[in-house]
Design a protein around this ligand. Structure first.
Ligand code: ASP
Length: 579
C-alpha cells in the first residue's frame, strides 16, 4: 500500500505508461459522455484523473460520489491526453491518470466558500483558515515566507551570527507599546510581561561575550491592529559587539540583498542611500519617505514673513508642494478635506492652468517676489501649508503620498530603499509632559552629544537608524549606550526617580558596570518585509493564523473568558466583563 508515487503536480509525458498511485484533494469534477474527470490537487499542482465506467465500473461509481475537497487516493495508468484535450496552461497538461481504483479517503462537508472564489470576506477566510490555506494565494505566500526566512538565516549565519533563544515571559520592556501580561499561579498578584522585543536580553548577550546574536523573534505588543500590525509578530532581531554604525547597516544590507535575490527580485543597489532625519522631514515631511516620486516639500517661511496674505504672515512656517496637475475647484475642495484630516486648517493653492494663467483666491495678496518664487509650469497646482512646523510637514507629507497614489506617479517596478539616520534622541510626551525616547531608552546619543542628554535633551541627536522601503518602515536599530552613568542619565531625563530606575532597570545598569563592550543592533519587521516582497498589501496574508482588527481570532474564538475557578487560582478578579 502506498499513498502516492508522485505528487499531483509531477506527472509528465516521460511517465506515460507508468502505473501510479496519487493522493490529494478533489477539485473540479466533470462528467462527459460516461467518463468522469476529476482534478486531483495538492500543493504542487493538479493531475487530471479520468475514470472510464467500462474499464473500472467500481471506480466510476465512487467517482460519482466525489464532491469538492474530498480527499482521494487513485491508482491507475498514466496515459497521454488526446491532442485536443492537452492543457498547455498546467505542467501536467499532456497527461492524465486512467483510474483503475478510486478510494474516497476523507469527505468534506459543503464548503463555506469555493477555493477559486474571488473577494471572499476576510473574516470568513480566517474562520475557515484551513480551507483558505489550500488556495494558491496562501500556498504561495507561506512558501515565499519560508523561502525568505531561510535566506535570512543563511545570510545571518554566513555573517557569523548565532541563533540564541530569549524568554517570552519577562519584565516590561520599553518599546513604546503596552505589554501583554501573564498572571503567575505560583505568585498570585504578580505578572510576567510578554517581551515587546528581546532588547535588553540581546544587550546582555553582548555583555556576555556572545559577539553576534540573531533570532527570528516573536514579539508581543498591545497596540491597535492595522494592515501592517498584529499583536504578535516576528522580527529578525540582531545585535553585534564592537560595531560602527556602518557595520550594522552593512549586515542588514546583505540580508536585504539576499532576500530580494531569493524571490527573484532585482536587489537594490548597495550601499543604500542615507538620509538624515532632518533632511527626510524637511524634504518629504516624514521619517519614512517614499522616494519613488518627487513632489518634494519646499520652504517659503522666509519669503512670506511680511506677506499681505495674513495666513502666511502669521504662520510659524509656510511650506508648499508643486503638483503636476491643474486641479478643479471640486478636486481642491476634496484635497482640503483630506488635508484637514492631517491637521490643516485650510488649503491655500495657486493653480497654473494649461495657458499658464493663475487661478487662486490668494494670488491677489501675493507680492511679485512671492509669485515669482511659486511660479510653476502650466498645468501645475501649488499647494500650501501654513502652521507650526510639525503640522506643515505632516500635511504636506501626507498630501505628497496621497497625490502620488491618486495621480498614478508610483512606478510599481521601482524599489526605493534607504536609511534614515541621526534621529532626535528624545521627544516630548504630550500626555505626561515628560521627555520620552524616540527609539528606546538604550539608544546612544551621537558621539559628542552626551552632555545634551541632561542639559538640552530636545536638541540631542541619536545613533538610531531606520530602514525604509517605498514609504514603509521596515525596521529600526541603534548603537546602544554601554556606559552605566550615561544610561542612568537617560532615565533621569525621562523623569524616572532613582528608585524607579533601580526597580525597573537595576539589573541592566549593573551589567553595564561589569565590562560592557560597545554594541548595537537592529530589528527588521519580518512580516511586513515578507508581505512587501510577496506583493501583498496586508501582513495578514502572509501570517498563517492572524488576528482580525478587533483583536480576535475568528477561528478559535479567542480571546475567551476564564472560568471563575481558574481566576481564583490566579488571584484575579475581573472588574469589567466583555459585553
Ligand atoms: N528593540 C528594537 C525594536 O524592536 C530594535 C533594536 O533597537 O534593535 O524595534
Amino acid at each position: 500500500m502506498t499513498w502516492r508515487d508522485l505528487l499531483c503536480g509531477e506527472p509528465r509525458a516521460r511517465d506515460i505508461g507508468r502505473r501510479l498511485t496519487l493522493s490529494g484533494w478533489a477539485g473540479h469534477r466533470r462528467d462527459h459522455g460516461g467518463l468522469v474527470f476529476i482534478d486531483l490537487r495538492d500543493h504542487t499542482g493538479i493531475c487530471q484523473l479520468v475514470v472510464n465506467p467500462e474499464r473500472a465500473p467500481a471506480a466510476a461509481e465512487e467517482a460519482h460520489r466525489v464532491r469538492a475537497e474530498f480527499v482521494l487516493r487513485a491508482e491507475g495508468e498514466l496515459v497521454a491526453r488526446a491532442p485536443d484535450a492537452v492543457n498547455p496552461n498546467i505542467p501536467t497538461g499532456e497527461v492524465e491518470l486512467q483510474v483503475d481504483t478510486l478510494e474516497i479517503v476523507s469527505r468534506s462537508e459543503p464548503l463555506p466558500f469555493q477555493l477559486d472564489e474571488e473577494n471572499v470576506d476576510e473574516v470568513l477566510r480566517l474562520r475557515y483558515r484551513w480551507l483558505d490555506l489550500r488556495t494558491d494565494r496562501m500556498q504561495r505566500n507561506l512558501r515565499i515566507s519560508h523561502t525568505i526566512v531561510s535566506a535570512i538565516r543563511r545570510s545571518m549565519e554566513e555573517q557569523g551570527f548565532i541563533d540564541v533563544w530569549t524568554p517570552s515571559m519577562t519584565k516590561g520592556t520599553p518599546e513604546g507599546a503596552r505589554d501583554f501580561v501573564v498572571p503567575v499561579r505560583l505568585q498570585p498578584g504578580r505578572f510576567f510581561a510578554l517581551a515587546q522585543a528581546p532588547q535588553v536580553f540581546k544587550q546582555l548577550f553582548m555583555i556576555g561575550g556572545i559577539d553576534r546574536y540573531y533570532q527570528i523573534a516573536t514579539c508581543w505588543r498591545d497596540e491597535d491592529l492595522r494592515a501592517d500590525r498584529q499583536f504578535e509578530f516576528r522580527q529578525l532581531d540582531l545585535e553585534l559587539a564592537f560595531p560602527t554604525r556602518e557595520d550594522v547597516l552593512d549586515v542588514l544590507e546583505r540580508v536585504v540583498r539576499d532576500s530580494f535575490a531569493v524571490v527573484g527580485r532585482t536587489p537594490p543597489e548597495l550601499p543604500l542611500r542615507r538620509l538624515s532625519y532632518e533632511e527626510a522631514m524637511s524634504r518629504f515631511g516624514t521619517d519614512k519617505p517614499d522616494l519613488r516620486f518627487g513632489l518634494e516639500l519646499e520652504d517659503a517661511t522666509g519669503l512670506t514673513r511680511g506677506s499681505e496674505f495674513g495666513v502666511f504672515a502669521g504662520a510659524a512656517e509656510v511650506g508648499f508642494i508643486r503638483v503636476p496637475q491643474a486641479f478643479s475647484r471640486t478636486e481642491l475642495a476634496d484635497l482640503e478635506e483630506t488635508a484637514k484630516e492631517w491637521g490643516a486648517k485650510g488649503l491655500a493653492y495657486l493653480v497654473y492652468d494649461q495657458e499658464g494663467e493663475i487661478r487662486s483666491p490668494i494670488a491677489k495678496f501675493l507680492s511679485e517676489a512671492e509669485l515669482e518664487a511659486f511660479r510653476s509650469e502650466p498645468g501645475t497646482t501649488v499647494l500650501f501649508a501654513a502652521d507650526e512646523r510639525p503640522i506643515v510637514r505632516r500635511v504636506l507629507g501626507g498630501l505628497r503620498t496621497h497625490l502620488a497614489r491618486e495621480l498614478g506617479l508610483l512606478d510599481p517596478e521601482r524599489d526605493e530603499l534607504l536609511w534614515v539616520v541621526d534621529f532626535p534622541l528624545f521627544q516630548h510626551d504630550e500626555d505626561t509632559g515628560q521627555w520620552t525616547f524616540v527609539h528606546h531608552p538604550f539608544t546612544a546619543p551621537l558621539p559628542g552629544q552626551e552632555e545634551l542628554v541632561e542639559s538640552d535633551p530636545g536638541n540631542a541627536l541619536s545613533q538610531h537608524y531606520d530602514l525604509v522601503w517605498n514609504g514603509w518602515e521596515l525596521g529600526s536599530g541603534s548603537i546602544r549606550i554601554h556606559d552605566s552613568d550615561l544610561q542612568a542619565a537617560i532615565f533621569r531625563t525621562m523623569g524616572l526617580s532613582e528608585e524607579e530606575l533601580r526597580a525597573k532597570f537595576g539589573y541592566l545598569l549593573e551589567a553595564l558596570r561589569m565590562g560592557a563592550p560597545p554594541h548595537g543592533g537592529f530589528a527588521l519587521g519580518l512580516d511586513r518585509f515578507i508581505a512587501l516582497l510577496a506583493g501583498e498589501p496586508n501582513i495578514r496574508e502572509i501570517i498563517a493564523f492572524p488576528k482580525v482588527s478587533s483583536g480576535g481570532d475568528p477561528l478559535t474564538g479567542a480571546p475567551t473568558e476564564l472560568p471563575d475557578e481558574l481566576l481564583r487560582e490566579l488571584g484575579i478578579q475581573v472588574l469589567r466583563q466583555r459585553d
